[in-house]
Design a protein around this ligand. Sequence first.
Ligand SMILES: Nc1ncnc2c1ncn2[C@@H]1O[C@H](COP(=O)(O)OP(=O)(O)OP(=O)(O)O)[C@@H](O)[C@H]1O
Ligand SMILES: [Mg+2]
Length: 477
Amino acid sequence: MNEARHDAARVLIADDEESMRFYVGSLLARDGLAYREAADGEETLQLYRSEPFDLVILDYNMPKKNGLEVLSEIMATDPQASVIVITAWGDRSVAVEALSRGALDYFSKPFDNNEMRIVVKRALERRRLLLRVQDLSAQLSERYAHGRILGGSAEMRRIYEVIERVAGNDVTVLICGESGTGKELVARAIHHGSPRKDGPFVPVNCAAIPDTLLESELFGYEKGAFTGAESQRKGKFELAEGGTLFLDEIGDMNQPTQAKILRALQEKEFARVGGHRNIKTDIRVVAATNKDLAKAIEAGEFREDLYYRLNVVTIYLPPLRRRLADIPLLVEHFIKEACKSFNKDVRGVSAEVLDAFAQYRWPGNVRELENMIQRAVVLAGGPLITLKDLPLTIMRESVLPASTPEVESPRAPLAAPAGDGRIKNLQDLAEETRDQVERAEIGKALAATRWRRGAAAELLGISRRSLLRKMKKYGLE
Ligand SMILES: Nc1ncnc2c1ncn2[C@@H]1O[C@H](COP(=O)(O)OP(=O)(O)OP(=O)(O)O)[C@@H](O)[C@H]1O
Ligand SMILES: [Mg+2]
């Protein structure tokens, strides 16, 4: 390889004339490009298969295999390859054939130096964009692959297993969980892990669309179906063709729409509003709800048959307060993301913050944590997020007993229990207080050691066994 910058684009020059290779090479080198040479068709293929190249410049007239044959073989192994073909002057038919076999461009001998350099530059630019697009779409898939659903708690690991099991086939999945627990993230992970991943993922938030519009939103409408329907429009069922339809907040749908969805799922076809033709569908449905559908069925608000149709497999996402073990990991991740977005350099949270997090109720779950971290990263004056960067609610609404009235510092675990006026038995009081303090300290130790029980027990100065016992007692598992 010629001397060139380390990160330079790599070009393969294939020509049987040594003087030609030398000439083209020196032009490339002038532009800082690295190149290798091959003297016949076979050597070209051999080299191409053994090293990565960003561009191949192929002479048409070569021994062993001509340029067009080599071109076809390269395109067969790598349809994204960038190849430029050099033809003899006036040989338009070879040029056209080269383009039709996938060459990016061509030039004819003898060529103009500047023309060649421009063609090369353009080809490399296209190559760079192509790699960038590939990189971005890989990032996108990765974002929703469950590599991006964070959490190492036993609950979350079980969920990854289920996602893996269901993603591969078309079973309908119902995802249940409180708001902000990651229902949409899981739905996307199922889609991206499925054979439909290159098809569309179409979310519909059934709660956000008024009942009267939901039906046409889902199934589309024909021109003239109602006043204002001036042209035909496709609905989400049609837009999701070949992909996944994510029916979000299905607990909030009226009965007629429920009936229509049921029918569409059963028959795998539907008609647009105001239309008579049935349209076949090939979609996978994933649904989500933060409601207790069993209760809604009992109350006659949700169709039982639709429920069974949707609920072939259920994934229940636990609220964040039930998997406190995942908090440190999520915090670390959200800090990194926020630092990137806001161009800040925050490294972590103080021990008090982790402590407060472990005691908070998290009604908004992961979404609330994410928002809180974003805000804190923006506010943080130094490398650590401290209590003063958090909203006050987190201190008021801790899971711990309401023993801490309007506290300035949540680090006052011994603050007097809120009296209800009655005199307490001192023995009970001591026990209660000890439990509170113990629970808080154990929570801190677990958070600090990322739930390595041995290490936490050591910090607390108790045996592993008694730590496990206490964790069970305080519901910290
Ligand atoms: N386990 C997780 N790991 C990483 N990020 C998560 C996780 N769970 C949720 N998030 C993030 O939290 C936010 C809320 O997640 P998502 O929108 O999937 O929740 P949801 O259950 O659909 O919420 P809602 O009921 O409010 O629609 C998103 O930004 C998501 O990326
Ligand atoms: Mg959602």
